[in-house]
Design a protein around this ligand. Sequence first.
Ligand code: CA
Length: 480
Amino acid sequence: MESRPNILFIMSDDHAAHAISAYGSRINQTPHLDRIAQGGLRLDNCFCTNSICTPSRASILTGQYGHVTGVKGWEPLDNRRPIQLQKLLQGAGYATAIFGKWHLGCGLTDSVWKDDNRAPGAVPADPAGFDEWCVLPGQGLYFDPQFHTAQGTVRHEGYVSDIVTDLSLDWLEQKRDHDKPFFLCVHHKAPHREWEPGPAYQHLYEDEEIPQPETFNDNYTGRPAAAAAKMRILGDLERKDVKADPPDGLSEAELKNWYYQRYIKDYLRCVASVDASVGRLLGYLDQNGLAENTIVIYTSDQGFFLGDHGWYDKRFIYEESLRMPFLLRYPHEIAAGGVGEAMLTNTDFAPTLLDFAGIETPREMQGTSARAMLRGQTPPGWQKALYYRYWNNGGHGVAAHYGVRTLTHKLIYFYSLPLGTHNSSDSPALEPYWELFDLTQDPQELNNIYGDPANADLVRELKRELERLQTQLGDERIHG
Ligand code: CA
């Protein structure tokens, strides 16, 4: 009798925790996602180590930071690398599959990709370690998308969230080896830009006004990098995002709210399709007696600004984009209804799942298994600070930066330098500078207290912590 757990890993793209009702969303309901939390637990301090799609996905599979994976922006993940979660699980006898967004280099058809990875001499970056894979090229399309598979390219008609779910259920029912435990990655494209809702949700929220976040009209005082960012609801959203022209005669505040409503409603409609997908997958587990011995994880590759600070998009170390939703259900081992406060990063995912599967974490992985923490037995000495680095100087006008987040504070250094190729035409002309936030007093990170002489000791302590993490993890120090 197989005792090792099945693993159903569901990841959406750009789904912020504050658009999940289990996390107290003020703007939507996600009943199926909430079922995972109710039957298991919700982590409140799960964070990415670089808030953009590709690096986070590489960190999840390798347990490593971007300076080690080499995936700092949109580089492909070399599929010859042996230390990848799915390869280790497959090697230990798991049936493995992935459906949906890959974004680690397969079929580089996006405009951001400079080369085709299938060209001679390119880094091989098709998914490896999966018995079956069917993934979107680049970002993929919402409607009638193409997919790459080991057998070639196929096109499926319909809405992408439904198709990814259908393919996943078909594999669970028909195609997998039923004598093995499974590791199934369901990687939704939704709710990534440009937020195109499926047919079932076109009219959701139609007659409603979605509340604005508290920091909607942030004026970025004391935060030049924030002021320079080009991700504003009013000014940077494009027609392709909002899919209509604004009515004439609106005041600036009314116009900003018009853009926000257009954006957030489509975003939430896309989220609704993911929630429905999760409902179908959980239903399959229930109907087939698999719920007890299957680890179900729901997460996203990073967070997102949902009008917070007047923005859409991500990239910053600020809370809304740094935080990943993390819901986990595993009735066999984890009590229902818990809320975890201990800190987790995306480099801990692979060691954690390997631990559940009874596989030793390779020493090349930089993360740590959180299995004990998830059981409510957080070990003494568990991490109390995380290291973050955003490399892509200028993407959406966001300056390159690194920083440390502790349980109570955040220290950020905007070095704002192009390093290697990680520079774009949007690079802001910023002098390098620091930001410091007291998350207990200022959870919205509006008040940069770095320059206050009263904080000199705190700054010294946090810089020591930042440098300790850089040394431990092997990243370079740029600040003086
Ligand atoms: Ca993403």
